[in-house]
Design a binder for this molecule. Structure first.
Ligand SMILES: [Cu+2]
Length: 313
């Protein structure tokens, strides 16, 4: 199945790549959507321009800063239908959740029309290349050693996360662990389970099994961004609970530290982004079939807006 998907991806992306031109300094350009295997994303599937795995030659670093906005009238999140669970005794617990836990999490649009939970991340513009990660970013910040998703009532909180389990090591020429862990906890008084949908992940399809956890001991999920010998892969993994069919969450698995999730009003900021070289700024919202991207070249010390287009429902 995977090889068929990959072959299709490579074929499609070859056609698209032919139409993509390079851009100049700090001038973002919208690129055609990147084809990928899963409905919500998948590893980079573009053809290699060269088989050589090569370091990006950066000159300093800059900051990407911007806002992802919604086009048109903001949708109002509909209440979730808790009657959809077969465990009717759970409903009282579900109803005790916060407003965010009780309403459809797909669109969270802030007062200034910014869209929450859009993931923005950077990868080298040339497939096969990799960023040389500075030592201080080869491991997670203290407060991010564990990326934790909880289920306090009947929703995954947070709903969207990024997991950075490994980076491509220049010397070893392979993915090397950052030490970051991804854990799903259940602090509710009722049972939940966590499963990954094989239709929504390529590289992590092996984790497609039920992970029951009715205790407060969190379950550790060993997702990886892609091939251990390759740089630049990523995967969007969807988590679901089979007991409560409305429950889902998304985890983007990446191999570099240059990422952000938009806040309640769509704002994002990514510091330390390699400058002096063109980079690809990917962005993804759960309404997308696959991630989209723009390209930009930062100057050393510069803060620039990659100008992500407004999202529509
Ligand atoms: Cu559940």
């Amino acid at each position: 199945m995977r090889s068929v998907r990959l072959a299709t991806m490579l074929l499609l992306s070859g056609v698209l790549a032919a139409g993509i031109a390079a851009t100049g300094c700090s001038s973002p350009k919208t690129e055609a959507e990147k084809p990928s295997g899963g409905p919500t994303g998948g590893p980079s599937g573009e053809p290699k321009k060269s088989k050589e795995v090569k370091a990006v030659e950066a000159k300093g670093s800059g900051t990407l800063k911007g806002q992802v906005k919604f086009s048109g009238d903001a949708p109002k999140p509909a209440p979730l239908d808790f009657k959809k669970t077969d465990k009717k005794t759970d409903i009282a617990v579900c109803e005790a959740g916060s407003e965010e836990e009780r309403t459809d999490p797909t669109w969270r649009v802030g007062p200034n029309k910014g869209v929450k939970n859009v993931i923005v991340w950077v990868e080298p513009a040339v497939v096969g290349q990799y960023f040389v990660i500075p030592d201080d970013l080869k491991k997670p910040a203290k407060e991010k050693e564990v990326v934790k998703i909880d289920q306090p009532h009947c929703a995954f909180v947070p709903h969207v996360e990024v997991f950075y389990p490994s980076y491509f090591d220049a010397t070893a020429k392979k993915q090397t662990a950052t030490g970051q862990k991804l854990e799903v906890a259940n602090s509710a008084s009722i049972d939940h389970n966590t499963k990954t949908d094989p239709g929504n992940t390529l590289v992590n399809k092996a984790t497609n099994d039920l992970i029951p956890h009715m205790t407060k001991n969190p379950v550790s999920l060993n997702f990886k961004p892609g091939d251990d010998k390759k740089p630049g892969d990523f995967d969007v993994v969807k988590l679901a609970c089979t007991i409560h069919p409305w429950m889902n969450a998304y985890v983007l698995v990446v191999d570099n530290p240059y990422y952000a999730i938009t806040d309640g009003d769509g704002n994002f900021e990514i510091k330390g982004v390699p400058a002096g070289t063109e980079v690809k700024v990917n962005y993804w919202h759960e309404s997308f079939d696959k991630p989209k991207s723009v390209k930009i070249t930062l100057k050393d010390g510069e803060t620039a807006d990659p100008k992500i287009e407004e999202l529509k429902k």
